[in-house]
Each structure stands twice: as structure tokens, then as C-alpha cells.
Design a protein. Structure first.
Length: 389
């Protein structure tokens, strides 16, 4: 797969008009953050004399007296005093109201193949205009985008890109969808929701790449506005979530069930980390849960870990481990199981669950063969679950 240089990409982006927006936009953060352990308590900072131009009153919070507010967006349910900033680094109490500092100021903007997300059963071969702001409500020790997810919006180089402009440039870039991705989209929930609502009347789909760590009510409202959600199911024990991600498994499982119940296209990714979540028994239990709770047809991806952030001491996931995970999932009844981050592997492709023939061939993020007719296998006529047109 040919890679373009940063200069070439900036030139492409300038052709869309994005190069003139904001002050020195940085499309992928390349700077290094410090390496302190993530704080799970709100931080108090002096209130600036005037609100950030990107400060936007948050949804899903309540006032609880004496100037305190409690965020209701995610399971952390942070309680913030005046001037305090949440551990996700984005939400702040200003005068007894909760504000998000991540609205209209993305720090990463790309036009990506949908396969990069990865989605394997959603508009294959299409482009997805992708945005992210700083911040995340988890603190995964292996985060590949930690230089933005573990930063405040004030610490990243951002574009000035309100919702209507996201839609404008997505159309100009011939994208079929807008992707909310890279960091954690639920952190810029209000920005994502308003953009999604503006995109639909223009014929654009909306896809979310999320950790699923969000409360049920905002998840249901989001499902009304978007077309596909890919959830990172990071492991299958509370211990793994607590020690490696600083979160909890149970809310993620609830989100997955809500997405499926709301009729939104769902795909699941598990990044397999050597020694931490690659136990055969745990992988089998995960596969059984998927089949029993959201059905056998949810595309499931096992992706290769690479040494990153605070887990540089671990080796890359052996391909054999990924193949074993895939075999276990298929033994438990999952029909469409993929291996990710191993370009050229046969399990990058889609095979008909009925006749077994290759129906979508891929090389890296690009589609090389396509044998579907109106969502059905070209060879046997079996309907393949997904969004194809």
C-alpha cells in the first residue's frame, strides 16, 4: 500500500480548502505527552477570564447544589466543583453549568477508507471523512492515539471546523460518510451529534468508532442520529478493564446490546494484547457472549497489538494468536470473523457464511474483489448482513 507524505497530504487538504482554516492545523498529533499515570479525579484549574470560543454547554449533566455539577454522559459520572476539569480532559464546571471544551475544534482530520476503521460490512471501498478532538474517558495503557486522547483541547493544534463545515468538506472530498474516531467520540458528544444531524439531510452517513463507555440514555440518542457504530471490546474481564483501561466492562456490554437493539449497524473489535487478554478461555467466553446477546452475524475483528504508549515492553501479537482467536470465535458460532493489522492475511477478506466463497477481497485498506449483488452472495444468493449501498 502506497503511503503519502505529510506534505502531500497537507497539499490535498488545502485543495479541499481545509488548509486555510484555523491556526496551524495539525492533522495527526506527533508531539509527545508526559508519561504520568492517568488521574481519575477532577482537576481544579483557574477559570479563564473569558470562555474559550469552543466552550459549549454540555448535554447530560445535573446540578447538585453548592455550585457542583455531575456529568451524566459516561459511567464515570464525575462530580465537578467550580473551575474543575473532568478526567476526560474536556468537561468543565463554569458558574454551575457543565461545558465541553471540544466543540468545533478537531485536532485530527483525514479522508480515510472505511476499511481503516475497520468496518468490513459497511459501504466497502468508500471514503469516510474522519474527525477527532482531544480527550478520552478511558486511559488505556496501549492507546495508539495517546498524543491526542490524553491531552486537553488547549494542548493540541486544532482546526476551526463547526458542524456545517464538516459536512461541507466531507461532500467536497467525495466521502460517503463522516466518521467520529481516533480519540473517543463520546467525549465530543455534542459536536458529534450536531454534525451527524446536519449530515443526514445532505445524504451522508455517520459512523462512530467508540470504546462504548457511555451511559444508556446518551447512547440511545446517538443511535437515532448515526448509521453504524464500531465498539472496541477491549477484554472480557472487569480486572482487565480496571487495570489496563481504567474503566469497567459492564457498561460496554450494555452499550453493545443497545446498539444492536436500536437497529444500528454494529461491528466489534478486540485488540489482542499478549499476556493480558489473549487467554483462550476468555476469548471463548467473549465469543459466546456475542452470539448469545447480539447474534452470530455481528462482524467481529481480532486486531494485532503493537508496542505502544506505556506497554512498549510487550511484543507484537503473534499472528498465530490472532488465528487461534478467530478459530475460537467461529467455533462458537460467529459467522464473520476478521484479523486486523496484518495486511494481506486471508482473514482480511469476507467469505460467504453459507458457501464459503470469497465475496470481498481486500489488500490493506483497499477492496480488490467484490462479489455481492444487492447484498447477496454472487455465487449462492445468501444474504450477507451489512450496509452495502
Amino acid at each position: 500500500m502506497r503511503e503519502i507524505t505529510r506534505r502531500q497530504f497537507v497539499k490535498w487538504l488545502t485543495g479541499l480548502g481545509l488548509g486555510t482554516l484555523g491556526g496551524g492545523a495539525l492533522l495527526s498529533q506527533l508531539s509527545c505527552a508526559n508519561s504520568e499515570e492517568p488521574s481519575m479525579t477532577p482537576t481544579s484549574t483557574p477559570i479563564p477570564p473569558s470562555p474559550s470560543p469552543y466552550a459549549h454547554e454540555a448535554m447530560y449533566y445535573r446540578q447538585i447544589g453548592e455550585g457542583l455539577v455531575q456529568c451524566q454522559l459516561c459511567p464515570n459520572r464525575c462530580t465537578l466543583s467550580e473551575g474543575s476539569r473532568s478526567p476526560c480532559r474536556v468537561r468543565e464546571n463554569r458558574g454551575g453549568k457543565l461545558y465541553t471544551m471540544a466543540y468545533g475544534n478537531p485536532c485530527a482530520v483525514h479522508n480515510d477508507p472505511i476499511e481503516k476503521k475497520p468496518f468490513s460490512h459497511f459501504l466497502p471501498g468508500s471514503l469516510s471523512f474522519s474527525i477527532a478532538t482531544a480527550g478520552c474517558n478511558l486511559h488505556c495503557l496501549y492507546c495508539q492515539n495517546w498524543t491526542i486522547s490524553q491531552k486537553r483541547p488547549e494542548e493540541t493544534d486544532n482546526l476551526d471546523l463547526p458542524p456545517e463545515d464538516v459536512v461541507k468538506y466531507a461532500l467536497k472530498g467525495e466521502s460517503q460518510s463522516i466518521a467520529y474516531t481516533y480519540s473517543e467520540p463520546n467525549i465530543f458528544y455534542e459536536y458529534m451529534l450536531d454534525t451527524a444531524k446536519a449530515a443526514r439531510p445532505k445524504g451522508l452517513r455517520n459512523v462512530v468508532i467508540s470504546n462504548g463507555y457511555i451511559n444508556p440514555d446518551p447512547m440511545r440518542e446517538l443511535c437515532d442520529a448515526v448509521d453504524a457504530i464500531r465498539v472496541d471490546l477491549k477484554g472480557f474481564t472487569e480486572e482487565f478493564y480496571q487495570k489496563v483501561c481504567f474503566g469497567s466492562l459492564t457498561p460496554v456490554l450494555e452499550s453493545i446490546k443497545i446498539i444492536q437493539g436500536e437497529g444500528v449497524h454494529l461491528e466489534i473489535v478486540n485488540l489482542v494484547v499478549p499476556t493480558l487478554n489473549d487467554d483462550k478461555g476468555m476469548l471463548r467466553e467473549m465469543a459466546r457472549w456475542i452470539v448469545g446477546n447480539v447474534g452470530p452475524d455481528v462482524p467481529t475483528h481480532f486486531s494485532r497489538f503493537g508496542p505502544m504508549y506505556k506497554l512498549t515492553n510487550l511484543p507484537p501479537t503473534p499472528v498465530e494468536t490472532l488465528e487461534r482467536a478467530r478459530a475460537i470465535a467461529m467455533e462458537e458460532g460467529i459467522s464473520y470473523v476478521y484479523i486486523g493489522n496484518v495486511p494481506g492475511h486471508p482473514a482480511n477478506n469476507t467469505y460467504c457464511a453459507h458457501c464459503g466463497k470469497l465475496i470481498i477481497g481486500r489488500m490493506g485498506f483497499y477492496v480488490t474483489e467484490y462479489h455481492l449483488v444487492e447484498g447477496k452472495c454472487e455465487y449462492c444468493g445468501n444474504r450477507i448482513p451489512g450496509v452495502w449501498e
